[in-house]
Design a protein around this ligand. Structure first.
Ligand code: CP3
Length: 352
């Protein structure tokens, strides 16, 4: 048997025994903010690139080399398992996922294809290549949660108010339930593939769950996200959404070890809402990456201090890195977190 690798800072934080050191990574750290990414991707379609193991491994590693972050996040997309299953989906630059045949009825739901596990073989291969080059640094796998995926399928593309999705959810609850069960199956298979090939933690992105009331989330969404998270109990599970300050407890109850928090809720308040028992991830406002460095550094330190109130903290942004970000700013944030977090956390009374 292989020697167990030393537990990474990321996994220790998720398991709530991290000490004063603070792991840092960024959602969307791989991608358009990096000139080396833009050069590599030039001329290759987004979803096509996700099925090219060599390209995926290289893009995943780019931000690790450049920023010295404490984790890599697998370069892929939440739509990849749908593409693998044969759903007509494209990712259109400047827009996002666009669906050829939006799902609006029970018939449409039942027409969604089964996912043949063999179709994810390029994903396994990409994870294996990535992990082989990462050394001891952990790889985070991810998937989209059923609600966020359903929103793209029902709307046919990105939406501000998710009105068609909500109408489908409350108006055709049985069809909704079948749709989410199918999507939970896609996402669970995508996560399992990444874990079996070497990912040591996962993040479930329910980016748009914040559009829901707590009651609707609990009734229509939680059971399906729980199915996905229950399939991957062997690794730490991070559960993230935007605007989910009212859903933190419910998203934890769906089966998360770490709750992702956006910039609207201070991490100490988030931790109190969670009863002081759950690790948190976040939560620098991505828009502030454009702010003058001294002010940005002040905000980074504030996030570090507030995060010390939780029994585990993974430093991140409150959402993904914007495409226009100066990558040097991200490198400076990593340096600051590594240099100053131990003292700041100790001074903030971190005592576990
Ligand atoms: O570094 C990482 O975080 C890993 C890569 C990653 C991508 N997508 C790469 C990507 C991850 C984790 C995702 C998840 C994802 N994809 C989510 C959930 C996270 C979130 O941001 O809330 C969502 C909602 C999607 C759907 C999606 N894919 C959108 C909205 C877009 C942007 C479209 C645009 O051009 O504005 C994409 C495309 C996408 N996914 C890009 C990248 C690097 C950009 C593609 C390009 O280079 O043109």
């Amino acid at each position: 048997m292989n020697e167990p690798r030393e537990e990474s800072l990321l996994v220790a934080a998720a398991r709530r025994h991290q000490g004063v050191a603070l792991p840092v990574w960024f959602m969307r750290q791989a991608g358009r903010s990096l000139p080396e990414y833009r050069a590599l991707r030039a001329g290759t379609d987004m979803l096509q690139s996700c099925f090219d193991p060599e390209m995926v491994a290289e893009i995943t590693l780019q931000p690790v080399r450049r920023h010295d972050v404490d984790a890599a996040v697998f370069f892929s997309d939440i739509m990849v398992p749908l593409k693998a299953a044969g759903v007509g989906v494209d990712i259109v630059g400047g827009t996002g996922p666009v669906i050829e045949h939006p799902v609006r009825s029970l018939g449409d739901v039942r027409a969604l294809p089964e996912l043949d596990p063999d179709s994810l073989a390029p994903i396994s291969e990409a994870v294996r290549r990535t992990v082989a080059q990462l050394g001891d640094r952990p790889l985070i796998g991810f998937a989209g949660a059923p609600f966020t995926l359903a929103s793209y399928l029902v709307e046919g593309g990105p939406s501000r108010d998710h009105a068609r999705t909500k109408a489908f959810m409350v108006g055709q609850p049985d069809a909704w339930s079948e749709l989410c069960a199918r999507l939970a199956g896609y996402s669970a298979a995508f996560l399992r593939t990444q874990i079996d090939a070497g990912a040591v933690a996962v993040q479930l992105f329910d980016s748009w769950a914040g559009a829901l009331s707590e009651a609707d989330y609990r009734e229509f969404v939680l059971p399906h996200s729980r199915t996905v998270l229950a399939g991957v109990v062997d690794v730490p599970r991070i559960h993230f959404g935007v605007g989910t300050g009212e859903l933190l407890v419910t998203m934890r109850d769906a089966g998360a070890d770490v709750v992702g928090v956006d910039w609207r809720t201070p991490l100490d308040a988030a931790s109190r809402r969670l009863g002081g028992q759950t690790a948190v991830q976040g939560n620098l406002d991505p828009a502030l990456l454009q702010a003058p460095w001294p002010e940005l550094a002040r905000r980074v330190r504030r996030v570090i201090r507030e995060g010390a109130a939780a029994p585990g903290h993974i430093f991140n942004l409150g959402h993904g890195v914007p495409a226009t970000t100066d990558p040097d700013v991200l490198t400076r944030i990593v340096e600051l977190v590594h240099a100053e977090a131990p003292d700041l956390r100790a001074a903030a009374g971190w005592s576990q």
